[in-house]
Design a protein around this ligand. Structure first.
Ligand SMILES: Nc1ncnc2c1ncn2[C@@H]1O[C@H](COP(=O)(O)OP(=O)(O)OP(=O)(O)O)[C@@H](O)[C@H]1O
Ligand SMILES: [Mg+2]
Length: 457
């Protein structure tokens, strides 16, 4: 049931609409003209249906009054129009009317249009409610912190989020750069437009140009269809170039040109196309050093570093560790599981070369493999001793030197083995992906692909 205001100076039409909508279960208030309608307007209607052409205050003026409140507080407006006033109806939509109905209309048309308008309004309201809820759970959704350095960082994120300034997020692997990039988008006016993430380290160099800038059909062998590319896919929203330090040197001037001209030139295309995105980049490399060694162009660095936000390593904010640990325990287990104080003290003491990601992965391992109802220091030392020689219950070195014992007789899903090997290799390399890829003798982009596929990253 919705509360609907119907404004029309035509008595019989008003009566028909009132009848149909009342029969459909709505509570309908009829008004014989603009004046009468405006007099009751602030009674909290869910929908206004109004004729356009009326003596005195007409439908356009009613619309203007309704729209003085921002949606979704303002109810949607459906305007009723005859053939002669269709142009006005189109103008009404430009001014914010939900839609128009051409007279004479069928009962079904009226009901369908009304239900659609009410549905849209419900979605808008729900959206607003969720956004308010999210805001309550902390100023930056998803980011857990307590330390003063993180407080400062959250304030910086809130300050730059509403602008279109290019932000470079720097910091060691696993410090939360991707999370911060999402936060910048969610807190910006672009929040309901696309967030397009591209990991420059995960795309093979030869595919990167068409992936980013798009290509025309037939631009190269294999280009069977045209592609708009990630830069244009982010139009209206945020483009997140992760691991920007891995962007091939040859493409750096092309990206710079896009940023300067706000136009993208697709591979094999017929010329540049306008685009509009907000750029956020992330890196765990020292880009200054890369500039010095000729790996990264200085002009591009200056362009992407309008604002730099540095994510501090976890060892510099050990005060966050207990809170993060609780958060991950809840995530991995529900909220019953407690952690010994001795365990928390030890966690605060460790170096966390893989930062928050390492903490999260370790939490998951402890929750899964614990020997008691609580999380204990003893289990930590058994499953993740500091020297890295964790007891490895399923994979033990065999005589041939390969780290594989007898295979379990009942079968072993290869995929689980691969996940476990990747997880351990990542731990061993302190979360550093380049070193992990070298350790596993696979290309870095292959590792990154698997990390995201197995949700390890
Ligand atoms: N402050 C935080 N609160 C809650 N979770 C966090 C926080 N920081 C990081 N995480 C979690 O830690 C993991 C790693 O974070 P993220 O992917 O953002 O790191 P990153 O800096 O992008 O790392 P990399 O350089 O390796 O890509 C993610 O699962 C993320 O959700
Ligand atoms: Mg990342």
């Amino acid at each position: 049931m919705a509360r609907i205001l119907i404004i029309d100076d035509d008595d019989s039409l008003r009566e028909v609409v009132r009848f149909i909508l009342t029969e459909a279960g709505h509570e309908v208030t009829p008004a014989a003209g603009g004046e009468e309608g405006l007099a009751v307007l602030d009674q909290g209607f869910d929908l206004v249906v109004t004729d356009i052409r009326m003596p005195g205050i007409d439908g356009m003026q009613v619309l203007a009054r309704v729209r003085e409140n921002p949606a979704p507080d303002a109810p949607p407006v459906i305007v009723l129009t005859a053939h002669g006033t269709v142009e006005q109806a189109v103008e009404a939509m430009r001014l914010g009317a939900y839609t128009y109905l051409l007279k004479p209309f069928q009962r079904e048309d009226l009901l369908r249009t009304v239900e659609q308008a009410l549905h849209t309004r419900n979605l808008e309201r729900e959206n607003l409610r969720l956004r308010r809820l999210l805001k309550q759970s902390g100023p930056v959704p998803g980011l857990i912190w307590r330390s003063p350095v993180m407080k400062q960082l959250v304030e910086d994120l809130q300050k730059v989020a509403p602008s279109d300034a290019t932000v470079l997020l720097s910091g060691e692997s696993g410090t939360g750069k991707e999370l911060a990039a999402h936060a910048l988008h969610d807190l910006s006016p672009r929040w309901n437009r696309p967030f397009v993430a591209v990991n420059c380290g995960a795309i093979p160099a030869e595919l990167m140009e068409s992936e980013l800038f798009g290509h025309a059909k037939g631009a190269f062998t294999g280009a069977v269809a045209a592609s708009v590319g990630r830069l244009r896919a982010a139009a209206g929203g945020t483009l997140f170039l992760d691991e920007i330090g891995e962007l091939p040197l040859a493409l750096q001037p092309k990206l710079l040109r896009v940023l300067e001209t706000r136009q993208v030139d697709p591979v094999g295309g017929s010329g540049p196309v306008e685009t509009d995105f907000r750029l956020v980049c992330a890196t765990n490399r020292n880009l200054e050093a890369d500039v010095a060694s000729g790996r990264f162009r200085d002009d591009l660095l200056y362009r992407i570093r309008i604002v730099e936000i540095a994510l501090p390593p976890l060892r510099d904010r050990t005060g966050d560790i207990p809170l993060l640990w609780e958060h991950f325990t809840q995530l991995h287990d529900g909220d019953e599981l407690v952690s010994e104080p001795e365990l928390l003290a030890e966690l605060e003491r460790r170096p966390w070369r893989g930062n928050v990601r390492e903490l999260r992965n370790l939490n998951q391992r402890l929750v899964l493999m614990r020997s008691q109802e609580a999380l204990t220091l003893a289990d930590l030392q058994r499953l993740a001793p500091e020297d890295g020689n964790a007891q490895q219950p399923t994979i033990a070195a065999d005589s041939a030197g390969l780290p594989l014992g007898a295979l379990p007789p009942d079968g072993l899903p290869l995929i689980e083995l691969e996940k476990e090997v990747i997880r351990r290799a990542l731990d061993l390399c302190g979360g550093n992906r380049t070193r992990t890829a070298e350790y596993l003798s696979i290309p870095r982009h292959v590792l990154i692909y698997r990390l995201s596929k197995y949700e390890l990253g």
